[in-house]
Design a binder for this molecule. Structure first.
Ligand code: NDP
Ligand code: MG
Length: 375
């Protein structure tokens, strides 16, 4: 029986991870949320972890009250989050949204825990640091992101042969085929309606702007040690081919399956074994046809911004990520329009102080500077 710590247990990936844990009797040693104390308390009652952490310190007393008759130790804040992520276990699952997931990942790696990583922002803001530390501590990072799980699986078939190219697939989001003019008038409700996946609000907006694919490109650079130029983004609206790898001999090896995050979540927890899942299996004849097209990078300019950020390096991907998080937050609060998201990001990439090197302190400083600018 494996033991896990689960960060971000109340979210879309977090709740699905708990379904997988339940199905396969995986012991959950710790849980965490930002502020959703009610769901977190329910999860504690069901899974009886040793520790629980609520990030928002204002909710600590509420959680304490809700769990006063349980033995679970309650922690709070960033310190609490870093403490639980380092609890000895087989895998720390990081399902937090946003760059708040960075320090807990660092803390888990320092403790020698393997990581199942959904939190792509960790690698976008500090991929170089994470990669170096993971190597030093001999820690594995198993991707949960469906595309990266597919690439991970496709690379296994290469038996150590280097990939020539990575084919990173994208659904294209709700606005696939739209012109820049049409994007001017889209609403929040439309942006939140993803055609293939039900996910948290932030990644759903990232999918609509296609910044999600930009973040995933950077995620792939760090996870698989490839150059950004080796990654081709291909729009595949059916989300059945989750990504693929091309080898020198022209063979393309990919992973296909129904669009259900429980499949990559489970593989990250049980690798190298594959167990039964309670999800629908793929019938290619039911699906009928799979289509592929080039992304329109003129309309979805976030892809180009991500390419630029990783090419420049240093804290530029971090600036881009912070700006994106702030812009998406403003959009969700109806403070800016959809088309203003890439404009804000581009503006801040030019404006915020660039540094060639990256460290946890620089990441924090960059975040502070972006927040200051966005006020
Ligand atoms: P959700 O918004 O559904 O859940 C986020 C989780 O993180 C919640 O438990 C939330 O707590 C917690 N959280 C939010 N802010 C903080 C914070 N500042 N500190 C600590 N915890 C926090 O997100 P998703 O599950 O959709 O996404 C999680 C990550 O996985 C993202 O990085 C996303 O890009 C990635 N991912 C998601 C996929 C999906 O299908 N959803 C697919 C591939 C990748 P609370 O509930 O209290 O707010
Ligand atoms: Mg993905």
């Amino acid at each position: 029986m494996k033991e896990i710590v689960l960060l971000g247990s109340t979210g879309s990936i977090g709740t699905q991870t708990l379904q997988v844990a339940k199905l396969h009797n995986i012991k959950v040693k710790a849980l965490s949320a930002n502020s959703n104390v009610n769901l977190l308390a329910e999860q504690v009652r069901e899974f009886s972890p040793d520790f629980v952490c609520i990030y928002d310190k204002n909710k600590y007393e509420d959680l304490k009250l809700l769990l006063s008759d349980t033995d679970t130790k309650i922690l709070c804040g960033k310190e609490g989050l870093c403490e639980i992520s380092a609890i000895p276990c087989d895998i720390t699952v990081n399902a937090i949204v946003g760059m708040a997931g960075f320090m807990p990942t660092v803390s888990a790696i320092y403790a020698g825990n393997n990581i199942a990583l959904a939190n792509k922002e960790t690698l976008v803001v500090g991929g170089e640091i994470i990669k170096r530390l993971a190597k030093e501590k001999n820690v594995n990072i198993f991707p949960i992101d469906s595309e990266h799980s597919a690439i991970f699986q496709s690379l296994l078939a290469g038996q150590g042969n280097k990939p020539k190219k990575i084919i990173l697939t994208a659904s294209g989001g709700p606005f696939r085929g739209f012109s820049s003019e049409q994007l001017k008038s889209v609403t929040k409700e439309q942006a939140l309606r993803h055609p293939n996946w039900v996910m948290g609000a932030k990644i759903t907006i990232d999918s609509a702007t296609m910044m999600n694919k930009g973040l995933e490109l950077i995620e792939a650079v760090w996870l698989f040690d490839v150059l950004p130029e080796q990654i081709e983004i291909v729009v595949h609206p059916q989300s059945i081919l989750h990504s693929a790898v091309e080898y020198e001999d022209g063979s393309v090896i990919g992973q296909l399956g129904m669009p259900d995050m429980k499949i990559p979540i489970q593989l990250a927890l049980t690798y190298p074994e594959r167990f039964v899942t309670n999800t629908a299996h793929l019938s290619l004849t039911d699906i009928g046809s799979l289509t592929f097209e080039k992304p329109d990078e003129d309309v979805f300019s976030c892809i180009g911004l991500a390419r630029k950020a990783i090419r420049i390096g240093g804290n530029m991907p971090c600036i881009m990520n912070c700006a994106n998080e702030a812009a998406v937050d403003m959009f969700l609060k109806d403070k800016i329009k959809f088309y203003e998201i890439p404009e804000k990001i581009s503006f801040l990439m030019d404006k915020i102080r660039y540094t060639e090197t990256i460290s946890p302190e620089i990441i924090e400083q960059t975040e502070r500077e972006v927040k200051e600018q966005m006020k």
